[in-house]
Write a protein of this length. Structure first.
Length: 211
């Protein structure tokens, strides 16, 4: 029940409009800390280790964000967004063809880049152009998010693969782990196809909650 209450507190605060996703993350962190104290699983040494790990991760993300912001600023300063817009408009299929190309590029980048880099570097370049072409921002955001989830599974840099390698016994080879994620990658791609066929899968809940 306590972990379930933590999930409800985080997601419920977002859906109810009490907190932004960033603020809800703080709610989750506080709730997890209280759970750790309640289960007597946290001491000062563990808390210090958690703080240092959080600081390193936050610093890494912000350095990537700063670099990506500079890159995007220079890219736009030299007219890169106009070039992207003209290329997308000239593509066969119009907005459908442009969206397909972007999804394929994001999927392929997931093999070699972390989702943070893709989010901060690629999305600011192609996102505004696709939105200007008339795509629903909620639908596009869900499509990108589902596509980015494949980056956790695609070798050689999928985070989930490293997690599995760390907990799997030595009798399970890395090649077996790579083969094992193929069905899950296929499921993500099937979900993308379903979102294309039925966009309301992505837009129904936000419309029901916020109108």
């Amino acid at each position: 029940m306590p972990p379930l209450a933590l999930i409800v507190a985080v997601l419920g605060s977002i859906l109810a409009g009490f907190a932004t996703p960033t603020e809800a993350a703080a709610v989750g962190a506080l709730g997890a800390l209280l759970l750790g104290i309640g289960y007597r699983a946290i001491d000062l040494a563990t808390l210090r280790e958690i703080g240092e790990s959080t600081l390193k991760t936050t610093a890494m993300v912000f350095f990537i964000l700063i670099g990506a912001s500079i890159f995007s600023l220079v890219f736009r300063g030299y007219g890169g967004d106009e070039v992207i817009a003209s290329v997308f408009e000239d593509m066969p299929g119009g907005v459908v063809g442009a969206t397909l190309i972007v999804m394929v590029v994001i999927f392929l980048l997931g093999f070699i880049l972390d989702f943070i880099e893709i989010t901060f570097v690629v999305i600011p370049i192609v996102g505004p152009v696709l939105l200007a072409m008339g795509l629903d921002p909620v639908w596009l955001g869900v499509m990108v998010a589902v596509n980015l989830q494949t980056s956790f599974l695609t070798p050689p840099f999928g985070f989930a693969l490293f997690y599995l390698r760390g907990v799997a016994p030595s009798s399970v080879s890395t090649a077996a782990i790579y083969r094992g994620v193929i069905p899950f990658i296929a499921l993500q791609l099937v979900l993308l196809v379903l979102l294309v066929i039925w966009p309301s899968l992505a837009t129904w809940l936000p419309n029901a909650l916020y109108g």
